[in-house]
Design a protein around this ligand. Structure first.
Ligand SMILES: [Zn+2]
Length: 246
């Protein structure tokens, strides 16, 4: 695979003074879902190496052991965002169908916000468990959050570079991210091309993952893949943004 530096030079010419500031508006927002605090914490030095700040959307916050809370504090002090992914990781659509929107807020959202706030992590953003959403749920949640993050999926015809929703500029409350875990089938080459496209469009690309690990698994992202994404993003001069910064 040719280095990004060579590709950029073939498109934009050799780097020259004043070139990077033109690229500055482009960014990348990487987020992680669920409760994999130990695995996220292991990436602390890797993120620091690239000056990357990311967002961790935490579910079941109130069940985390104290040592996980301490790790989240350290990650937050490093500049990362600790955000909300539901008190019990409920599927919003299913729960609301069987109960009510008010019941969903009372069972899943408000106690979770409260649990986080009481430990010093008042969440500013939310990501939907299972990506299940609807406009009326967005509206209800955006009374409590600056942004709600949904998901956009690639398929055999629509690949990452064609997934318009994940390239955002002047984000409204609802934002979309594409997955980089094994199950989503987005190759490193496609991710790299998407980052180059992001740079050209001066937008921010949103990507998300769950468990960074070298173990196999659908909802796992191999650490070398993640490191390659950080490397490509840095080479493209993409600014690392937390979801709350969008
Ligand atoms: Zn989840």
């Amino acid at each position: 695979m040719p280095a990004i530096k060579n590709i950029l030079e073939s498109v934009f010419g050799r780097p020259r003074a004043g070139m990077f500031p033109r690229c500055r508006p482009a960014g990348i927002s990487i987020s992680f879902d669920d409760s994999y605090v130990d695995e996220w914490y292991c990436l602390k030095d890797l993120f620091a190496e690239y000056g990357a700040t990311v967002t961790f959307f935490v579910s079941n916050f109130d069940l985390l052991p104290e040592k996980s809370i301490e790790k989240l504090k350290i990650l937050r002090d490093d500049g990362h965002e600790i955000a909300f992914h539901g008190l019990r990781h409920l599927s919003a659509g299913k729960f609301i169908r069987e109960n009510s929107l008010a019941g969903y807020l009372e069972a899943e959202i408000l106690p979770g916000i409260d649990a986080m706030a009481r430990r010093g992590f008042p969440p500013a953003t939310f990501s939907y468990p299972y990506g299940v959403r609807a406009p009326y749920i967005d509206d209800a949640l955006l009374k409590y959050f600056k942004h709600v993050r949904a998901v956009a999926c690639t398929n055999s015809k629509k690949r990452l570079s064609g997934l318009k929703q994940i390239y955002c500029k002047n984000a409204g409350g609802l934002v979309f991210a594409a997955g980089i875990d094994n199950i989503y089938g987005n190759s490193l080459e496609e991710i790299r091309d998407a980052l180059i496209k992001t740079m050209g469009k001066k937008k921010t690309i949103l990507l998300y993952a769950h468990r960074p690990t070298s173990e196999p698994g659908d909802y796992c992202t191999p650490v070398p893949r993640l490191q390659a994404v950080l490397e490509y993003a840095s080479e493209c001069g993409l600014k690392f943004l937390r979801v709350r910064d969008l």
